[in-house]
Design a protein around this ligand. Structure first.
Ligand SMILES: [Zn+2]
Length: 257
């Protein structure tokens, strides 16, 4: 099987070489690795250069949860200087999930500003964006649409269905993670979204609970096979058929040839 993990934080993985070997053995042919801060972006470009299989593609970005105020300008400069190396701008977005953030207007405005600056870079270079929208789905959608972005994935979408409908109507994608095993919100979204606008991923090394709710595991790119099997199960589709379409979606969005 040839399968693409459309979102894995390779710079955060322990034993990266082993994880990539295991992924390749399992059939993972390509991985999109989004950056979250300056160090991650730098590491990912080095990993992309060094690793031959699976094929590594990189997104450059500042994650809303990883903003270091003193580093913002330097990171934006780094992204612009290395833009030719990136197939996407990401992981970017807003995260107003925690109460302490919701109460902090300055933090929220800083997130908004960093998000917008990066959307502008994506638009200028006609690059797709990888969006983190937890707890802030409507505003993330509005900002993305208003800034004229045409290619986006709302990664691990688990928000309300009315916002999802707008995301789909705008031609954007959503992605599924191994959270499909036990998150009713993720299940509802993925059930609702057509396969033509869906990607699969792992968000490695995120820790997921297993279906029985008792166990769990720290994910690696090979676990995109779990996402695929959960996805196929949820959609009542054959995995082989589903994976062809899902891989094509990733290739189409990121311009992978
Ligand atoms: Zn992520």
């Amino acid at each position: 099987m040839d399968i693409i993990d459309s979102h894995a934080h390779l710079d955060h993985l322990d034993n990266l070489e082993d994880a990539l070997d295991a992924a390749y053995q399992a059939g993972v042919s390509a991985i999109m690795a989004p950056g979250v801060d300056l160090t991650a972006n730098q590491k990912l470009l080095e990993i992309k250069k060094r690793i031959i299989a699976p094929k590594i593609y990189v997104g450059l970005g500042i994650h809303p949860g990883d903003i270091k105020t003193a580093e913002i300008d330097q990171t934006i400069d780094f992204i612009q200087q290395n833009i030719e190396e990136a197939l996407a701008i990401g992981e970017i977005g807003l995260d107003f999930w925690y109460k302490w953030v919701r109460k902090d207007k300055e933090k929220k405005d800083e997130q908004r500003n960093v998000f917008q600056r990066q959307l502008e870079i994506a638009r200028e270079h006609d690059l797709p964006v990888i969006i983190h929208s937890r707890g802030c789905w409507q505003e993330c959608f509005d900002t993305t649409k208003t800034l004229g972005i045409t290619k986006a994935v709302f990664h691990w979408y688990s928000g309300p269905v009315d916002v999802l409908d707008k995301i789909l109507a705008a031609g954007y994608f959503v992605s599924a993670t191994p959270s499909l095993a036990c998150s009713p919100q993720a299940q509802d979204a993925i059930r609702h979204a057509p396969i033509e606008q869906t990607l699969i991923e792992t968000d490695s090394p995120v820790y997921y609970k297993t279906e029985d709710g008792e166990g769990g595991f720290k994910s690696q790119p090979k676990d995109v096979l779990k996402t695929l099997s959960l996805y196929a199960g949820l959609k009542g589709m054959d995995s082989e058929k589903a994976v062809d379409i899902l891989n094509n979606n990733a290739r189409r969005l990121f311009g992978i040839v």
